[in-house]
Design a protein around this ligand. Structure first.
Ligand SMILES: NC(=O)c1ccc[n+]([C@@H]2O[C@H](COP(=O)([O-])OP(=O)(O)OC[C@H]3O[C@@H](n4cnc5c(N)ncnc54)[C@H](O)[C@@H]3O)[C@@H](O)[C@H]2O)c1
Length: 209
């Protein structure tokens, strides 16, 4: 394998579709050995197939990021089959766009569970394995909604603000064990809410919509 990530092991949660699937394919194109974790096993398997067809190496593990045992077992399985974890991306997420008073407790709980608890469990699994080896990179998928609030995104904003807070806290590991923890924001869906895109655009360093 050659490329920027040649023979490095990269895990992407929520790798079965969307941004996660693109990340998996991009890592594989750069030579990484990719663990595709998703609650949707069929979609994750398709991503693995695409990577293999392009002569890359990947595997899938069924994993609900809200379940500690699932996450720990997935991390073990990836290490056993592909090698020591070098990169872990907490990408799995859910979002609901609706006025604040229509945000039910069920929506609130699910959003916080997947987006924030999922990132917390993923960070623990990754730090636990990377820190003793003095190296690794964790990327937490936040959002512009992790920087600015909106009534249509109450639970989502709360979870993504939380992801940024979690990432700040984990800066400790950069000093202690050379594990680098980053928060990432991507945008494109937000302009669906009238006025929100214009509000968020100046906050986006790349000015991407
Ligand atoms: N699409 C955007 O415009 C946008 C903007 C900002 C941030 N983000 C963030 O980027 C990430 C990916 O977004 P996307 O648009 O590709 O989402 P998506 O809905 O297309 O994909 C999310 C993936 O996460 C998986 N998933 C959901 N719950 C899970 C669970 N409990 N355990 C394991 N996997 C689970 C889904 O099966 C799916 O494959 C999310 O964290 C999202 O909040 C997206």
């Amino acid at each position: 394998m050659s490329g920027k990530f040649a023979n490095r092991v990269a895990v992407v949660t929520g790798g079965g579709r969307g941004i996660g699937a693109e990340l998996c394919r991009a890592f594989a194109d750069e030579g990484a050995l990719v663990g595709v974790l998703d609650i949707r096993q069929e979609e994750a398997e398709q991503v693995v197939e695409q990577i293999r067809e392009a002569n890359g190496q990947a595997m899938t593990v069924a994993c609900d990021v809200t379940d500690r045992d699932d996450v720990e077992q997935a991390a073990d399985q990836v290490e056993q089959e592909l090698g020591p974890l070098a990169i872990w991306v907490n990408n799995a997420g859910v979002s609901y766009i609706l006025p604040f008073l229509e945000c039910t407790e069920q929506i609130w709980d699910q959003t916080l569970e997947v987006n924030l608890k999922g990132a917390y469990l993923g960070c623990q699994a990754a730090v636990r394995r990377m820190a003793p080896r003095q190296g690794g990179v964790i990327i937490n998928m936040s959002s512009q909604s992790g920087k600015v609030g909106n009534s249509h995104y109450a639970a989502y904003c709360a979870s993504k603000f939380g992801v940024i807070g979690l990432t700040w806290i984990l800066g400790y590991w950069i000093v202690q064990a050379e594990v680098v923890v980053l928060a990432c924001q991507v945008t494109d869906a937000v302009p669906a809410i009238p006025g929100l895109g214009a509000l968020l655009l100046p906050l986006n360093p790349l000015r991407r919509r």
